[in-house]
Design a protein around this ligand. Structure first.
Ligand code: MG
Length: 387
């Protein structure tokens, strides 16, 4: 049998000097006795996995409205895919796979209903009240809004996990727990999650764009990265005909091409990052690496350009396609209407949000409530209260 101490010792022996080690964690906001079997980051991962915010990801829009079809990605599936990639990349780079997994599973918890449209609506509504960003909302969830089995507010995650979740700058006045800086450089594990997030959403949005029939393989073949992925897929037996033999939905080439794309990008991320580690061998610990992280984790120049071009194509022709945006924009209107409804009488908020009004103000409490909702729940609530 292996206990926590054994796992911690193994990390100290096997992980790279720049990797975060559980035994050296800066700890939690509220001190807790360590677990007998799991390291602190394994415990963080489990707390995230068992949180209600995590389960709600299954009914939150990624790009296509949740409920568009059983095979399209929801945020839950996306988070699981990012976590698998981040774990594999971390293992290859001798970074901490448990920290990467915890961060990946939590990275999208703060997304409101209706994807980016929902985020834009809340940003506009919260202007002048500290603003809204999904990464800031993750911290509100894990530090304040979620409850854990033993009681207490927040999941009480480790400092390193929280710093990795903070990532981009937040609007001035966005309320974070007092021990967090307004901006911090993530550990390398956090940067790996960020890079895997991009690989996951680009490749899977490409898959969903083709599967939905909104775009076709021909729309991507002038992009060298996609042409190369199709070529690679051909080596494993995919049809070389751009459209395959059937509909986009049934095209076996599509699956192989997307899988080849993920492999190309993930391999490039690992190889380029490993090369950067070699030339930065003077870095002795994760804190030093954190300050240099931008330079250390990333893709080759060729792949970075390919990623940019693919994002541009998807952004122009898929994310912004009227068939995608229109139904989401129409549904997202309920965010504005419910916001006004609760602003007129904040006492109608559920007790768990109402009791924070003195501390956070009514606007923040309404925003927390709305941001946590799934696409389904907000629709039902609107039917009940907006008559
Ligand atoms: Mg994501």
């Amino acid at each position: 049998m292996r206990n926590r101490e054994d796992l911690e010792t193994r990390e100290l022996e096997e992980l790279a000097p720049v990797a975060v080690k559980a035994a050296r964690s800066k700890g939690r906001r509220e001190a807790e006795p360590p677990d007998g079997l799991r390291t602190c980051f394994q415990r963080d991962r489990d707390r995230i996995l068992h949180s209600t915010a995590f389960r709600r990801l299954q009914r939150k829009t990624q790009v296509l409205m949740s409920g568009s079809g059983d095979h399209f990605r929801t945020r839950l599936v996306h988070s699981l895919e990012v976590s698998q990639m981040a774990r594999s990349a971390s293992l290859a780079l001798r970074l901490n796979p448990d920290l990467a997994e915890a961060v990946a599973l939590a990275h999208d918890l703060g997304h409101p209903p209706f994807g980016h449209v929902g985020e834009e609506r809340l940003q506009a509504l919260m202007e002048g009240h500290g603003g809204f960003r999904h990464n800031g909302q993750v911290l509100r969830l894990v530090d304040i809004l979620e409850t854990r089995g033993c009681g207490g507010s927040g999941l009480n995650l480790c400092w390193e996990t929280r710093i990795c979740l903070l990532k981009k700058t937040l609007p001035k006045g966005f309320p974070l727990a007092p021990d967090l800086p307004p901006r911090a450089e993530p550990y390398l594990e956090g940067r790996i999650v960020d890079a895997c997030d991009r690989i996951a959403y680009l490749s899977h949005d490409l898959d969903d764009a083709l599967r939905s029939g909104i775009m076709h393989m021909e729309d991507f073949l002038d992009l060298p990265l996609c042409a190369e992925a199709l070529e690679e897929a051909g080596k494993t037996g995919a049809s070389r005909s751009p459209r395959g033999n059937g509909t986009p939905e049934s095209d076996p080439g599509r699956k192989r091409m997307v899988s080849a794309l993920v492999k190309l990008l993930l391999r490039d991320l690992v190889v380029s990052t490993a090369r950067a580690f070699q030339s930065a061998h003077r870095l002795r610990d994760p804190e030093e690496a954190r300050r240099e992280g931008k330079r250390l984790v990333g893709h080759s120049r060729e792949r970075s350009l390919g990623i940019e071009a693919l994002f541009e194509r998807l952004n122009r022709e898929f994310y912004r396609a009227p068939r995608i945006r229109r139904p989401i924009e129409a549904s997202a209107e309920v965010l504005n209407r419910l916001y006004r409804h609760f602003r007129d009488d904040p006492r109608t908020l559920p007790e768990s949000f109402r009791r924070r009004i003195d501390e956070d103000g009514p606007d923040r409490c309404i925003c927390d409530y709305l941001a946590g909702m799934t696409d389904d729940f907000i629709g039902k609530l609107a039917q009940e209260v907006l008559i």
